[in-house]
Design a protein around this ligand. Sequence first.
Ligand SMILES: Nc1ncnc2c1ncn2[C@@H]1O[C@H](COP(=O)(O)OP(=O)(O)O)[C@@H](O)[C@H]1O
Ligand SMILES: [Mg+2]
Length: 244
Amino acid sequence: MLKLRDINKSFGEFMAVNGADLTVSEGELVAVIGPNGAGKTTLFNLITGQLKPDKGRIEFMGKEITNIPPYEICKKGIARSFQIVNIFPRLSVFKNVQVAVISQRKKNNTLFHPAQGMLIEETNSILESLGLSKKAGETAGSLSHGDQRILEIAIALGNDPKLLVLDEPTAGMSPEETSTTMELIRGLAEERGLTILFCEHDMDVVFSTAQSIMVMHQGRTLIQGKPQQVRENEEVMKAYLGEE
Ligand SMILES: Nc1ncnc2c1ncn2[C@@H]1O[C@H](COP(=O)(O)OP(=O)(O)O)[C@@H](O)[C@H]1O
Ligand SMILES: [Mg+2]
């Protein structure tokens, strides 16, 4: 579904991403792991078009998307959440998601008049999937940090993506919230047949959730493989586990 080959991105002299490879197959839950500063967020910004690579090629569903603007990439079916919460704090939880659903319909020119009921249905179904139905009427800004992160995922789902890209979905959460959230993400993938790419710095979270793990170190891909393969890889042990 998604293929990155030999991607480079520098900021001035500094090579933030320097030889990254990644393969995501349809229906998979794939994690990118690596210490802070490894280049995970930069890599995600390259995938969703917020940044352009200096070198390398990105393909989605068999087509090159390397130099396509973010809204085009979103239209092709890649939606994302950010490492930092990105919601409308004064709107209700319901409105936050509905805005995304409406804007997606507009992008695809399918927003014809009597569709309002469907928009409401779709919004409710997304809230339901993420366990936010009971909080639909609350102001987004009044939610706990954990619920705001989950709302962000709901907003991304409003874009009806094929591939959902989540940048540290559990950042700033308590261990309990973290495990609930990872459970939700796993459930989402199953229930909606979504492919999910996420990054994390917490190894435990990743090894208990991902089907495929890509390890980044100083901008480079060390390995991508099944959790077991990654766990047994010596280079990973040295470069990553050694630092923790
Ligand atoms: N816009 C930018 N300008 C300059 N340096 C950046 C920029 N974005 C990221 N970096 C640097 O690139 C490196 C990788 O950052 P990032 O992709 O955010 O890593 P991660 O998400 O793995 O923690 C870091 O050293 C960071 O300081
Ligand atoms: Mg990051």
